[in-house]
Design a binder for this molecule. Structure first.
Ligand SMILES: *Cc1c(COP(=O)(O)O)cnc(C)c1O
Length: 340
């Protein structure tokens, strides 16, 4: 059967390696996009000992809460509707807040249970966050809301491009200034967090109190990047042989399952017979030059181990994208099977 096999023990060991590497900074497991396609519930259940989760949206945050229990800290940072805000409040989610209007809405609660917020400074990515020239005013308003008891400023955060060390360093200087302004305004954020996998892994000064790890936790290395010592892909995409022709073999996965058709002729899959060229069709695909195949044999489109390196990132590099993209594009209808 076509399936994404997820090795939960591998995710646990990746997390342990990363936790040790960044200590004393704390580890956040980012589980947006259904845990990068691996499945939120199973991944969160496997991540025992992880205290912080990053969910992006409130709906995912609620799924994390249901599995991780009341003690877990769940950071969400998408824009929130009124309804989502109510749900987030009730579930005790930590909210990323990066604009005045949202700060006002979040601060408008009764104050019965203050909402934990993480103020976002725009350090140059221009995706969201408060611009440096407005930051002092923003922080003053947050401090006033905290004093009135409706919010608690639990964090200061930003996101960086991780494409050039120079840009990242500039962002870090802006971030440091933002933290200083917040502290001067009387705020006592529990955590400062700036970086995701790549920068935090490579550069200690980017770790601060907390690192938001997505890709590396799942063993997805950066496109164009080296393998990270101790980290291996947790997911293997398997498809069965569904038909055997003279020289080509049909396998049960295609573009409709989320496999990019541009992979045709650019990647090999791993078959028992060795690496074989893949041609992506709509509902099924073909593998060339595999003469002794039998129906029910399996190929791995990507996954760890074996002779051929075919991680999701390797597949992605063939079409100039990133490993995460290959994983999150996979249809949710492809069953996830768990081991470990
Ligand atoms: C996706 C995301 C992360 C995780 O990034 P990786 O490179 O996958 O580790 C961290 N922070 C934010 C804001 C994100 O959107």
């Amino acid at each position: 059967m076509t399936r994404l096999m997820v090795d939960l023990e591998r995710i646990r060991s990746n997390i342990a390696v990363l936790q040790q590497h960044i200590a004393p900074a704390e580890f956040m497991l980012v589980v947006k996009d259904d845990a990068y396609g691996h499945g939120v519930e199973a991944v969160v259940a496997a991540a025992q000992g992880v205290r912080w989760f990053g969910s992006f949206d409130v709906a995912t945050g609620l799924r994390v809460r249901a599995v991780a229990g009341p003690e877990a800290r769940i950071f969400t940072w998408s824009a929130v509707s009124e309804e989502e805000l109510g749900a987030a409040r009730a579930a005790g989610l930590d909210l990323g807040v990066g604009d005045f209007a949202t700060l006002k809405r979040v601060s408008a609660g009764s104050g019965d249970v203050p909402v934990r917020v993480h103020l976002k400074i725009d350090t140059g990515l221009h995706r969201s966050g408060v611009r440096p020239e407005e930051w002092d005013d923003f922080v003053a308003r947050a401090a006033a809301a905290e004093a009135s008891g409706t919010i608690v400023v639990a964090g200061i955060w930003s996101h960086i491009a991780e494409t050039s060390d120079t840009d990242d360093d500039r962002a870090r200087a802006e971030f440091d200034r933002a933290v200083r302004v917040a502290v001067d305004a009387g705020l006592t954020p529990e955590v400062r967090h700036l970086a995701a996998s790549a920068a935090a892994h490579a550069r200690p000064e980017f770790r601060y109190d907390l690192v938001r790890f997505g890709a590396f936790a799942y063993g997805v290395r950066s496109a164009g990047g080296e393998n990270v010592p101790g980290i291996e892909p947790a997911a293997t995409l398997l498809a069965p042989v569904t038909d055997v022709g003279d020289d080509t073999v049909e396998i049960g996965i295609g573009a409709l399952d989320g496999l990019p058709s541009t992979l045709s002729g650019r990647v090999s899959v791993r078959a028992v017979a060795g690496a074989r060229a893949l041609r992506v069709g709509l509902a099924s695909s073909t593998v060339a030059g595999w003469d002794a195949a039998a129906i029910g044999d399996e190929v791995a489109i990507f996954g760890p181990g074996g002779d051929a390196d075919c991680s999701a990132t390797t597949v992605a590099e063939a079409i100039d994208t990133v490993g995460e993209e290959i994983l999150v594009r996979l249809s949710p209808l492809i069953p996830r099977a768990y081991v470990g």
